[in-house]
Design a protein around this ligand. Sequence first.
Ligand code: CP3
Length: 343
Amino acid sequence: MSDLKNDLILRAARGEKTKRTPVWLMRQAGRILPEYRAVRASLSGFKELVETPERAAEVTIQPVDILGVDAAIIFSDILVVPEAMGLIYQMVEKKGPLFEKTIRTHKDLEQVKVCDPEELSYVYEAIKITNNELNGRVPLIGFAGAPFTIFCYMVEGSGSKTFSNARKLIYANPELAHQLMQMITDSTIAYLKGQINAGAHLIQIFDSWASVLGQELYRDFSLPYMKKITDALFGLAPITLFAKGANFSIKDLASLQCNTVGLDWNVPVSFAREQCLGKTLQGNLDPAVLYSSGRDIVYHTKKMMAAFVGHPHIANLGHGVYPDMRPEAVKTFINTVKEYRHE
Ligand code: CP3
């Protein structure tokens, strides 16, 4: 790690004081960049891009060159894990992911296995190529979906506003639900170890659908598996946990062996600071701010930065950038963070 020229994000994750706050964006590699769309258009689609390490590395590095972020995030998707477990997905244009099969019965469970982490070697290869090409300019973030969020897709088979089939399975057949969660967890641990071995400097776990569970069910059903992952990875790389829309979970997440807790824009920063003592916080500007004028983006970004004064912080939006955002607006956000100095 000593060969990194910019290790701000790693030092902030460890709670060290840094000369300025590091910044990156969720979904920074993607459709907001014409350069990304050009690469994607030259291939058969999203999945080919994910599975072709040289091209995945290329689009991973684009936001570092074009936007000037302090970290790269490997171009992939959380859905590669359920696929390696045996459920093939398609990424349907303008609609999102679609699985051919779902897991709703014990019989269905026979269709999946704990994945062989070698099946995801194309991701490790992309990580190695990216680090070679980055040559230490910035750290590389690896990631996976949280077991509950992956469970949602495996049971539901697609996106959903409520994931009611996933929640139904938890109540109707808790034993089966826990069996599937354990298989996802074991797969995820092996996969994340593979990413760290390949050179990922920091790991983020996305619990994107945490909000469909209440606090009690989150504690019973998602948190224990998050704990298994953080316990297994502790000491190997700094870990960020991000449970979108689940303010009620941040204190529980902060009690795990993680370094950083990600915040969406609905969480009052003062509340998060109290709930997450001793942990770095990441976030949390409302992405929609980037639709406002340049002056307003600067104003809201500075206000967000000021709210974190005295607390270890990694600047980000409260969720991923939206596809129709102007790269110029994104750059205004990034530059405002980079120029910001507390006091
Ligand atoms: O830049 C980065 O953040 C790295 C790449 C990345 C992608 N997906 C690429 C992608 C990351 C970190 C993800 C994570 C992911 N994927 C999550 C968790 C983060 C979150 O947003 O809450 C989730 C829930 C998914 C599942 C997924 N992938 C959905 C629901 C969709 C369709 C909707 C959408 O946002 O487009 C995807 C597709 C996807 N993953 C795209 C990209 C760049 C768009 C595909 C395209 O190029 O058209």
